[in-house]
Design a protein around this ligand. Structure first.
Ligand SMILES: *[C@@H]1O[C@H](CO)[C@@H](O)[C@H](O)[C@H]1NC(C)=O
Ligand SMILES: *[C@@H]1O[C@H](CO)[C@@H](O)[C@H](O)[C@H]1NC(C)=O
Ligand SMILES: *[C@@H]1O[C@H](CO)[C@@H](O)[C@H](O)[C@H]1NC(C)=O
Ligand SMILES: *[C@@H]1O[C@H](CO)[C@@H](O)[C@H](O)[C@H]1NC(C)=O
Ligand SMILES: *[C@@H]1O[C@H](CO)[C@@H](O)[C@H](O)[C@H]1NC(C)=O
Length: 596
């Protein structure tokens, strides 16, 4: 997701280290002991707390939350874009998404049923095929994109195009089993029409797309040439899938050309900036991090590799990821840095960064993911929800970004960490998130965003991603039936795309759900594929002469079906120590740690 970024002044003091300095080692020891005993109690407690009955109860609670949001949208806002839950009315917000200055808004635009499109894949996850079919029929007959509205290409891609494509794939499947009428590719026809409209944005000297297009008229005269890294670097999943489905290569080609151009603009440190000019291909903002304006760029590199099986995506991802761990990471936190020098610029926690641990699970960096996730959850606990921006250097909330717009990222990471570890502690996190959402954001007419986390004052807006992502991830945490039945990657908007043989340029068998999910090496270690929905938890830790050799199959992902590396470079850096992993003679990535 992407929003605007407002930087604070550069300061070199650090949140974590200043915390540590103030503690004597005696205090630390006591705290450690306390933590240990707490951990024990939690572990025991969770064991009894989270039996099947408790999980089913929480699943039902999430289901009920989804329907509260959905039914109110259908009653008071549909077919407009989003619900205003306090006044029980609607907003045609597609034209406003990412458009903070509200430039050139159309008065003629009456919505695109955005929340319905965003809800379809969740309806399927919840097992409601009749409502899903009803939605498909309505959209097929009534939705048109020939409307005079200026939209963010990025938002329109992840929400509308992604929502339609994911639902199309699910509908193709469902139609055989439970639709009353045969499915006639209505959603794919709509997606294709939308894709055609997107293509006009790519008509630039660099191939980097404009950030804004008018759905009816194309790129407006004197449209801004400024865009963000995620704005032009996270189109490949949806547009690639659209090409595979329609047989028209131009969608994937446009997105890939833009991605290659963007990647060619990286610095010698393999870092990216945040904003750039699409006509000149020059950076505008050289400072970046893993949050707003860049987040989904990283996410789409690894997910494109999973979905399309191209080495090129893996090569880009592993260089980019290594650079992030090297230059942005500080303990469990991530700050921002200048792409040219690698010097820290802003020390801030932003709520969008909370997706990072979930991404790390896909590459097997479970330890690093766990520690960052814990910090984010502690901030959630402190405020009741996650504030949009927190100034780590000054240890205070950002003065104007104190809001929580029902964002999904912490729930998303919690789901992935639970899938990877099966540690019941993550279920407790999920329960806490559910409780907060119900206590602070549930109103009679739906769920409302929090305007200020210090007062818990609400805002009259129920974002469509609350239905597409927040509810879906929480539901899957307590009931993963949907994941057991298929192997999916989730788009940055939470729309599932199945990983299938036919989209792969090469076919490593372990990618595929139908084939071995787990396999053994040397008759000893069981590895799970990062690409299976079960993710990538297994870390082998073996003590050798006072040191530990830490190894994970996932570090060479599923690039090759045997998980073997050929050089150190393929192994990347360890996310916790930032040290280069080595490729052993046997061909496995690993790292020596003196102390574990
Ligand atoms: C949108 O709704 C308004 C008010 O109902 C109507 O006047 C206008 O013609 C509609 N616009 C379009 C493009 O249908
Ligand atoms: C599906 O959703 C509709 C609309 O909320 C609801 O009326 C219906 O009961 C749901 N069906 C199931 C099986 O949950
Ligand atoms: C399309 O919209 C019209 C007007 O609101 C409605 O009567 C019709 O039932 C809709 N089509 C479907 C398939 O729902
Ligand atoms: C677009 O350009 C015209 C003249 O070429 C200018 O008058 C107008 O202000 C510009 N509009 C915007 C929104 O920049
Ligand atoms: C996550 O961190 C906590 C606290 O440091 C630790 O107790 C737990 O074992 C860790 N879990 C994993 C899977 O690493």
């Amino acid at each position: 997701m992407y929003g605007d970024r407002k930087g604070s002044k550069v300061m070199k003091i650090n949140f974590v280290s200043s915390l540590h300095r103030s503690m004597s080692s005696w205090h630390l020891l006591t705290i450690l002991l306390l933590l240990l005993s707490l951990q024990l109690r939690l572990a025991l407690g969770s064991f009894t707390l989270f039996g099947p009955a408790k999980k089913a109860e929480l699943r039902d609670q999430v289901r009920q939350m989804f329907y509260h949001a959905y039914d109110n949208y259908m009653q008071y806002a549909f077919p407009h874009d989003e619900l205003k839950p306090l006044t029980k009315t609607f907003t045609d917000s597609l034209g406003e998404l990412g458009n903070l200055k509200l430039e050139r808004l159309s008065e003629q635009y009456n919505g695109s049923a955005l929340t319905l499109v965003e809800s379809l894949s969740s309806l399927h996850v919840l097992g409601n095929s009749s409502e899903f079919e009803k939605g498909v029929l309505w959209l097929g007959e009534n939705l048109t994109f020939d409307v005079d509205v200026r939209v963010s290409l990025f938002e329109c891609n992840i929400r509308l195009l992604g929502g339609l494509i994911s639902a199309h794939l699910l509908a193709t499947d469902l139609s055989k089993k439970s639709f009353r009428e045969p499915y006639k590719d209505q959603l794919l026809i709509l997606a294709n029409d939308l894709g055609q409209r997107f293509l006009r944005a790519f008509d630039t000297p660099t191939g980097l797309p404009y950030a804004w297009i008018n759905l009816k008229h194309g790129v407006m005269e004197n449209e801004t040439t400024e865009t963000s890294t995620s704005g032009c670097g996270s189109l490949i999943l949806e547009m690639g899938a659209l090409s595979r489905l329609t047989g028209k290569p131009e969608y994937e080609e446009s997105a890939l050309r833009a991605l290659r151009k963007l990647w060619s603009m990286r610095s010698s440190l393999d870092l990216m900036g945040t904003t750039l000019d699409v006509t000149t291909g020059e950076w505008i903002e050289h400072s970046s991090g893993i949050g707003a304006g860049v987040d989904s760029f990283y996410e789409y590199l690894i997910k494109a590799h999973i979905l399309f099986g191209r080495d090129e995506y893996w090569d880009m991802f592993s260089s980019a990821y290594t650079a992030v761990q090297k230059y942005f990471r500080h303990g469990p936190w991530y700050h921002e840095a200048d792409m040219r020098t690698g010097k820290a610029t802003h020390w801030q926690l932003t709520s969008l960064q909370a997706f990072w641990p979930g991404l790390q699970i896909l590459v097997g960096d479970v330890l690093a993911a766990n520690s960052t996730h814990r910090e984010f959850f502690s901030v959630w606990e402190r405020y009741g929800v996650l504030p949009e921006r927190y100034l780590l250097d000054r240890d205070m909330l950002h003065p104007t970004e104190k809001y929580y717009p029902l964002r999904p990222e912490l729930a998303e990471s919690t789901l992935f960490l639970y899938q990877a570890t099966r540690d019941p502690w993550y279920l407790e996190v999920g329960e806490a998130i559910i409780n907060s959402l119900n206590v602070y954001t549930r109103v009679n007419g739906g769920f409302a965003s929090v305007r200020d986390v210090t007062t818990m004052k609400l805002e009259d807006h129920q974002h469509s991603f609350f239905l597409a992502e927040t509810c879906k991830y929480l539901y899957l945490l307590f009931d993963d039936t949907f994941l057991v039945n298929g192997n999916y990657v989730f788009s940055t908007e939470g729309h599932p795309l199945p990983v299938t043989h036919s989209w792969h340029e090469w076919i490593p068998s372990i990618y595929m759900e139908s084939e071995a999910f787990e396999y053994k090496r040397g008759g000893k270690h069981v590895f799970k594929s990062a690409m299976s929905s079960k993710l990538c938890p297994v870390v082998k830790v073996s003590p050798v002469q006072g040191k530990f050799w830490v190894e994970s199959a996932c570090h060479v992902l599923d690039k090759r079906s045997n998980h073997k590396c050929q050089s150190d470079k393929e192994c990347g850096v360890d996310a916790t120590t930032c040290r280069q992993r080595t490729c052993s003679i046997a061909g496995y990535c690993g790292l020596w740690l003196v102390k574990f």
